[in-house]
Every structure is written in structure tokens, then in C-alpha cells.
Ligand binder design. Structure first.
Ligand code: FAD
Length: 308
């Protein structure tokens, strides 16, 4: 069965925080597998990310905490992981994070952990230290308990269907993803992309390379030319020329919205038809567009409600 999940970022102001909780309510109502919350690589969003995650813990949807490791000492990283585990979080997205502009590999201190794979290992290690074992019932012996491994956490990692901007080859991206799985990752979420074959071809190569974990395609309904330009700037992905031209030609915000939803719906449908196990939807902290795509694709778990 297809699943879906959402990604949001922490609010940047008190006003944004208020409207974010309304957005979360609407997203939670749709019954996603999880909602992930990004983390600023500089550590600047530690409190605000944790605030949103704590709020999500009060809902019936699993929160997934993004964690970065660039610039952290080993002690910093361990302390942040302990703090996140201690509030009850059991699902993480481990990413390296980008070094601040102007810093250089080799000369500046970019952290004790050199890759997302090392962060994956550290999260598992800290969790195993906190909960080395648990007691489980023995079937047929009501008062007996057996010692088992402690509660394990879910650790997702990033995957790049079109290659990481700083990667030298497709093979490097595949090796990196395989190393993350070997380190203990059990789910991959992709960078956004605009054509289904980019994801589908990447999954074939990843499986051939030995990656077995689920790889959820990350898609964002982009509903204005400005949003496309901004996402390309942030992700360094290739400009989707046809979509961009259609958005520009649509002229009014309403028509541009329709173009963006139609594109994301077609992309999502092709991905699911091609075997994708679900969709990871980048919300840009708005619920309307992602819910419209879910409804158009027809994979929403809960009955459709008016969400305008
Ligand atoms: P790694 O797995 O360690 O590396 C990935 C690839 O990049 C490898 O091919 C590696 O060799 C290459 N690489 C990485 N760094 C360098 C370098 N300095 N020089 C040369 N090659 C390099 N960022 C945030 O700050 N916060 C977030 O919450 C966040 N969430 C994300 C969620 C998703 C789904 C994705 C796809 C990305 C997210 N990012 C986030 C961005 C991410 O931190 C950057 O893409 C980062 O550059 C790579 O992170 P990684 O975990 O993939 O790194």
C-alpha cells in the first residue's frame, strides 16, 4: 500500500508559529506515515525545531526530527541527540548539512563527524546506551519476561536521484547511500526532482548497488515561477524548463496554482505507477497544495474534507 509523509521547516516568527499549528492540524488529519521537521545546519533552529516536534508528539502522527552534523564536535552531537531522544523522539533524518558559506574543507573545522553515515551510527549508539535492552512477554507464560534488544529508532537519510551537487559521479552517490544503509539507516528520502524517470532510474541503480531500504521520492508542488527559481537555487537541481515556461505563461496566481498541482499530480502518479512505495511531500509549510495533490492522486488515507 502506498504511504505518504510531509516535510516542514520550523517557524521563523511568532506569527508564523501560530499559522504553522493550523497547517499541522490539516496535515495530521490526512493520516500521514510521519511528518518531518528540518534542522538548520548552524544549530540556529534547535529550539524552534524541537518546539514543532514536541507539538507533533501530542498528535497521533509520528514526528521525524532532521539532525545535521556539520560543525559539531562529537560532544555537541551526542548532547543534541540525547536531548531529542529524551523528549520521546524515535524517528530521525540524519543529514550532514552544508558548511557555512566561506568555510573550506581541510582548513576550517567542519565537525568531528564527516558524513551523514557517521551521524546515523552515533544516533544508534546513543540510543543503545540509553536503552540497551527491554523486557518482552514470553508467549504462554504470563508472568515470564525475556530480555530483548532495546527500542530501536528509525533513521532516514537523504538520497539524490540527480546526484549531490558536490558528488563527482553517480557511483559516488550510490556508494554514499549504501554506506548510510550499512551504518544503520532504514529509510531514504530523496531530494526533490521534476521528472519521474530521474527517480525510477536511480532506484534501479541503487538496488543493483545493493541498497535494500525503502526510497521515498521527495516531491514539491511548485505553484509559482518564483518558487521554482528559489528551489533550484537552494537545491542546485536542473531548471525544469517546460514546467517553468508553463507557470510563466499561466500569468495569474490561480492559473499558476493549477499548473503546479497538475504537474505534481502527474509526477506523483507516474512515480506510484512505476513502483515508488509512497510519496514524501515538501509542504513549504502550507497544507493546500500537498492535500490537493494527494486527493488528485487518490491515496489519501482519511476521507476528503474541504481544506481551503
Ligand atoms: P552525505 O551523505 O554525507 O554526502 C552526500 C554526498 O555529498 C556524497 O556524495 C558526498 O560525497 C558529497 N558531499 C557531501 N559534502 C561534501 C563536501 N563538503 N565536499 C564534497 N562532497 C561532499 N540540510 C540541513 O541543513 N537541514 C535539513 O534539515 C536538511 N534536510 C534535508 C532533507 C533531505 C530529504 C535532503 C535531500 C537534504 C536535506 N538537507 C538538509 C541538505 C543536506 O544537508 C545537504 O544536501 C548536504 O550537502 C548533504 O547532506 P548528506 O546527508 O546527503 O551528506
Amino acid at each position: 500500500m502506498s504511504t505518504y509523509s510531509f516535510e516542514m521547516y520550523p517557524p521563523r516568527s511568532a506569527a508564523a508559529e501560530l499559522s504553522l499549528y493550523g497547517t499541522i492540524d490539516r496535515l495530521v488529519e490526512t493520516g500521514p506515515e510521519f511528518i518531518s521537521v528540518t534542522y538548520g545546519a548552524s544549530g540556529s533552529t534547535r529550539e524552534s525545531s524541537l518546539g514543532v516536534l514536541r507539538h507533533l508528539l501530542t498528535t497521533n502522527v509520528t514526528p521525524m526530527a532532521h539532525l545535521t552534523c556539520v560543525g559539531w564536535t562529537y560532544e555537541d552531537a551526542t548532547s543534541v541527540i540525547r536531548e531529542f531522544l529524551s523528549v520521546g523522539l524515535t524517528s530521525f533524518l540524519a543529514v550532514r548539512g552544508d558548511p557555512p558559506a566561506g568555510t573550506a574543507e581541510g582548513t576550517d573545522f567542519l565537525g568531528d563527524l564527516k558524513s551523514a553515515g557517521e551521524l546515523v551510527q552515533l544516533i544508534h549508539r546513543v540510543q543503545n546506551e540509553r536503552a540497551p535492552y527491554s523486557q518482552v512477554d514470553v508467549p504462554g507464560f504470563p508472568s515470564a519476561k525475556r530480555i530483548s534488544r532495546g527500542e530501536q529508532v528509525t533513521i532516514a537519510v537523504a538520497a539524490f536521484p540527480n546526484g549531490h551537487p558536490r558528488s563527482r559521479s553517480v557511483q559516488q552517490d550510490l556508494d554514499t547511500l549504501l554506506a548510510k544503509e550499512a551504518a544503520g539507516a532504514n529509510l531514504a528520502l530523496t531530494q526533490l526532482f521534476f521528472h519521474a524517470e530521474e527517480y525510477l532510474n536511480f532506484v534501479v541503480l541503487a538496488r543493483e548497488a545493493g541498497v535494500t531500504m525503502r526510497i521515498l521520492p521527495g516531491i514539491m508542488p511548485v505553484v509559482s515561477p518564483a518558487r521554482v527559481r528559489r528551489m533550484i537555487e537552494l537545491t542546485e537541481e536542473k531548471m525544469p524548463e517546460t514546467l517553468y515556461a508553463r507557470l510563466v505563461a499561466a500569468e495569474t496566481p490561480e492559473r499558476q496554482y493549477a499548473v503546479g498541482i497538475a504537474h505534481a499530480t502527474e509526477l506523483a502518479s507516474e512515480l506510484l505507477a512505476g513502483g515508488a512505495p509512497g510519496l514524501h511531500l515538501y509542504t513549504h509549510n502550507k497544507h493546500e497544495a500537498v492535500i490537493d495533490v494527494l486527493d488528485a492522486v487518490g491515496i489519501r488515507s482519511t476521507p476528503t474534507k474541504e481544506h481551503a
